[in-house]
Ligand binder design. Structure first.
Ligand code: AMP
Length: 222
């Protein structure tokens, strides 16, 4: 089982990169934000519980978040591993994941930190649109859809997330950057942390990530 963690500010490109890595590596992309949004859409008890936190741009409490993630990680399609996107967001979540994986005799393989300056993040998020059906990500500036307002992949309508409005973006950044620093420190201590420059074009970031994941013997020299 190979578990990869993608770290970065909201809007750093984790979702976009995770979708490519999942296809390339043949393991599922698991995003706690997507799991929560699905629960809200379906109007489940969990959905009602988490909606208020999400609307305020706050983190959902660790107990709820760890529960939904470990549940998803136990599904059969994650037998060989998974790419985690948006989890862990706190040190407690990182420790809960470590404990679970230790029980299976593995650890987090790599924590890939996609690093983007915060002034770029606010600009990126206010231009972000996702498709209604599956959450495929577009951006008016850097990754426009072929047909305006429609997903290239499943043709569903593109919508802006409530929490991508400018004032919510600033609240999310303020609260989440501190916790992100703690999570990065956790993986620096375990030796899993790798920093990747997320300011480059999407394809170059993907290449840099795949390069990190290739076995050392296959990696380009110099
Ligand atoms: P995201 O799509 O990753 O930006 O997540 C959207 C929202 O879902 C966040 O602003 C949080 O309210 C909540 N959320 C997602 N993942 C987590 C997590 N690991 N811990 C706490 N809250 C989360």
């Amino acid at each position: 089982m190979r578990v990869l963690v993608l770290l970065g500010a909201p809007g750093a490109g984790k979702g976009t990169q995770a979708q490519v890595l999942a296809r390339t590596l043949g393991i599922p992309h698991i995003a706690t934000g997507d799991l929560f949004r699905a629960a809200v859409r379906e109007g489940t008890t969990l959905g009602r519980e988490v909606k208020e936190y999400m609307d305020r741009g706050e983190l959902v409490p660790d107990g709820v978040t760890v529960g939904i993630l470990l549940d998803r990680l136990s599904a059969s399609d994650a037998r060989d591993g998974a790419i985690l996107d948006g989890f862990p967001r706190t040190r407690a979540q990182a420790e809960a994941l470590d404990a679970e994986l230790a029980g299976r005799g593995v650890g987090v393989d790599r924590a890939l930190y996609i690093d983007v300056p915060s002034e770029d993040i606010v600009r990126r998020l206010s231009g972000r649109w996702i498709c209604e059906a599956a959450g495929h990500v577009y951006n008016v500036a850097s990754r426009p859809p072929r047909a305006a307002g429609r997903c290239d992949i499943d043709e569903s309508a593109l919508v802006q997330r409530d929490d991508d409005r400018a004032e919510t973006v600033r609240a999310r950044l303020g609260q989440q950057m501190g916790a992100l620093g703690e999570v990065a420190a956790h993986y620096r201590a375990t030796g899993a942390l790798v920093m990747v420059d997320g300011g480059k074009p999407i394809a170059e970031v993907t290449e840099a990530l795949l390069d990190v994941l290739r076995p050392a013997a296959e990696r380009r020299v110099g």
